[in-house]
Design a protein around this ligand. Structure first.
Ligand code: SF4
Ligand code: SF4
Length: 56
């Protein structure tokens, strides 16, 4: 099960810097997680300042 980013994302980029597999990239309005690359380590959810990331 991959992690997902909600519309609470403020595009700070912190999660993208911390992801060990580079699954997170910037989108037009918020950051997005590539479900096929995500290994569900949970690191991103722990560093997001707005709590925008959760398990799908
Ligand atoms: S759960 Fe881990 S692998 Fe998946 S996007 Fe977050 S940091 Fe990357
Ligand atoms: S850490 Fe949270 S607020 Fe920052 S880019 Fe990632 S999902 Fe968005």
């Amino acid at each position: 099960m991959a992690y997902v980013i909600s519309d609470s994302c403020v595009s700070c980029g912190t999660c993208s810097d911390q992801c060990p597999v580079g699954a997170i990239s910037a989108g037009d309005t918020q950051y997005n997680i590539d479900a096929d690359s995500c290994i569900s380590c949970g690191t991103c959810a722990g560093v997001c300042p707005t709590g925008a990331i959760s398990e799908e």
